[in-house]
Design a protein around this ligand. Structure first.
Ligand code: ATP
Length: 236
């Protein structure tokens, strides 16, 4: 993890930028323009919540920000890299290095322990198992899961699983964290503890956070709340 001075320096930096971002789905009987000339800039350490009605395009936006889908027009830049110029293999490597994903349902692998799950992005990248697990243990400690690191997801509570999923997303020290309803599947008390963890992470990492949610309490807790409507983001 970066030290405080490095985080402050990085805090001035734009980590995520969308320019004229447009996504038109053309597969069905008629074209659907979901995002149209959308602009967004998120700085290091900044947390932006995105809210919007069902079907407004939040998932579409997250997929584009994470390089899981390609825009019809416009571009996404992550840590100054224009994703549109990367081929599939390079984009996969870039995603592994710079982008962390956390979903409502944790998507942990049932057969692996917490530390193995958290180490996976580093192992995929070719790092040795020993080094990857050592780093994963450090991140699990940071999310309060040190004592549970040898347990499999089935032996963990919902909140603990989500902490492991957050650790897995953080293990590569990403530039951008994309979260889709990170507390959506949790009871109020557990959700509050994940919220507190996110507060701590935002102040101790140089990462930019984009958090899609229907939960106005979670949204209001972030640095900015933007509403996705008619293909664009406006302050909520
Ligand atoms: N592959 C696709 N082909 C055609 N249309 C699509 C495709 N994926 C999504 N859409 C349409 O794009 C619009 C936006 O969908 P999206 O899933 O991004 O919305 P959302 O805001 O995430 O919704 P929710 O809150 O219900 O999850 C919807 O009208 C949806 O039907």
């Amino acid at each position: 993890m970066a030290d405080n001075a490095a985080i402050q320096e990085a805090g001035r930096k734009t980590m995520l930028r969308c320019e004229n971002l447009t996504r038109i789905y053309s597969e069905g009987p008629q074209d659907i323009t979901v995002l149209e000339n959308l602009e967004l800039e998120v700085r290091a350490g900044e947390r932006v919540a995105v809210v919007g009605s069902s079907g407004s395009g939040k998932t579409t936006l997250l997929n584009l920000l994470g390089g899981l889908d390609r825009p019809s027009r416009g571009r996404v830049r992550v840590a100054d890299q224009d994703l549109s110029v990367l081929g599939e293999a390079a984009l996969g490597r870039f995603r592994n290095r710079h982008i962390g994903f956390v979903y409502q349902f944790h998507h942990l692998l049932a057969e692996l322990t917490a530390v193995e799950n958290a180490a996976l992005p580093l192992i995929v990248r070719g790092q040795s198992r020993r080094e990857a697990k050592e780093r994963a243990r450090g991140i699990l400690a940071k999310v309060g899961m040190q004592a549970r690191s040898e347990h499999k997801p089935g032996e963990l509570s919902g909140g603990e699983r989500q902490r492991v999923a957050i650790a897995r997303a953080l293990v590569t020290d990403p530039s951008v964290m994309l979260m889709d309803e990170p507390t959506g599947n949790l009871d109020q008390h557990t959700a509050a503890s994940i919220l507190a963890l996110m507060d701590e992470l935002a102040s101790t990492t140089a990462c930019a956070f984009v958090i899609v949610t229907h939960d106005m309490g979670l949204a209001a807790h972030q640095d900015r709340v933007l509403r996705l409507d008619a293909g664009r983001l406006t302050p909520a």
